[in-house]
Design a protein around this ligand. Structure first.
Ligand code: FES
Length: 67
C-alpha cells in the first residue's frame, strides 16, 4: 500500500526503515523521501513511528518485569 503518493513510498518501505533503526520523521524523509512534497502523508508516517515507539516501550516494560 502506498503511504506517500507524491514519492511512491510504500508502507513496507517505511516499516523496514523503522525496523532498521530510523526512528524519526526527519530520518525517514532523508532515507525514503517520504513526506517531502505536499506533506499529506506526514500524519500517517508519524503514526508508524508512534506505533513503533509504543511497541518498543512495551518491550522495555516486559523486560523490566522479567528482571
Ligand atoms: S503524499 Fe507524501 S508528500 Fe505528498
Amino acid at each position: 500500500m502506498y503511504v506517500c503518493i507524491c514519492n511512491e513510498v510504500k508502507e513496507k518501505q517505511i516499516k523496514t526503515a523503522i525496523a532498521a533503526g530510523i526512528d524519526t520523521l526527519e530520518g525517514l524523509k532523508t532515507a525514503l523521501d517520504v513526506a517531502t512534497c505536499c506533506g499529506c502523508c506526514e500524519p500517517m508516517v508519524n503514526d508508524y513511528l508512534d506505533a513503533n515507539q509504543d511497541s518498543t516501550l512495551a518491550s522495555a516494560a516486559s523486560l523490566a518485569y522479567a528482571v
